[in-house]
Ligand binder design. Sequence first.
Ligand code: NAD
Length: 342
Amino acid sequence: MFDHPEYDGHESVTYVSERASGLHAIIAIHSTVLGPAGGGVRMFDYERTDLALTDALRLSKGMTYKAAMSDLPFGGGKAVVIGDPARKTDRQFEALGDAIEALGGRYFCGEDVGTTPDDMAVIHRRTSYVVGLPGKTGDPSPATAEGVYVSILAAVAHVFGSSDLRNRHVAVQGLGNVGARLVELLAGAGARLTVADLDTSKVDRARARFGAAAAAPEAIHKVAAAVFSPCALGAVVNDSTVDEIGARIICGSANNQLATPQHGRLLHERGVVYVPDYVASVGGAISAMRERIDYVEGEYKRRIAGVGERVRQLLERSVTAGEPPAQAADAIARSIVEAAHG
Ligand code: NAD
């Protein structure tokens, strides 16, 4: 692991294997410097274990940066469960709960791709180190969508001089939990929409409800829109897509949208403004943290609104310093963690 290209001084990586349930999972803790490591449980049918490790290492580092940038008192962690979410069992999540409990509070989990608040309730049978429970904050996606929405407003104001979305064209990739709510917010603000999803019934719904146009999933990034909002997969900006991006702004919820940091630099050279995913997608964490911190009256709303303000400041810094926003964000997050190290 120490030679792994994504290893970034991670504090620990725990491999969990439980015979009775068939659980195979990895829990990566990137940093606990700012607080206990928080991060979702991702369940995915990885082809190989090393791909699961790469995901765990990258995603846990992203969580450290996400919390640092948004002034949330937690560190970065992530659990990945190797397997098809369609075949998950309670016994697997109970076993994962035991493994999380054994970490003694250094890591707490929430839902992520492939898991649900109900899965968190199963984990909760074995450990209290879990947020996003049904009947508590539940599904973080609406809050994530709100954070992405205010980030889009800030980026549009930065590029076009006004945050007015009326008739601005936004291309949304992925109409899942986050994308579907985001599309609703964008339509409410008068944006013109083009959408794509592998699931055509979701596309049909957006066409019927909001008059959205449809694009092929493999072509949505090429749409000549004001904003391209990736809300499906990671690594959407890669060697084959980076020169094809048709929008002036990229701002969405998908984790790790840049295949490598170099792709952020290439976007910058092409004049495409990229809002780093971990800055825009923090809304869900802000929501889930209500289960761990007592927010004072109005704090939740202030924190969500603060996401837009942070994006505004970041994009200004990027212009002043002449550096890509992703690089600027990484530098700020790293310096916050370093300062806390003392
Ligand atoms: P989801 O699984 O509910 O939705 C993803 C959607 O993308 C699905 O409708 C799927 O059919 C579609 N999709 C998959 N591949 C596609 C492709 N190639 N082209 C077009 N559509 C495709 O997930 P979600 O909860 O909405 O999260 C979306 C992204 O945001 C994920 O990358 C997730 O890690 C990230 N994220 C989510 C949250 C949250 O609160 N849910 C928080 C932070 C980050």
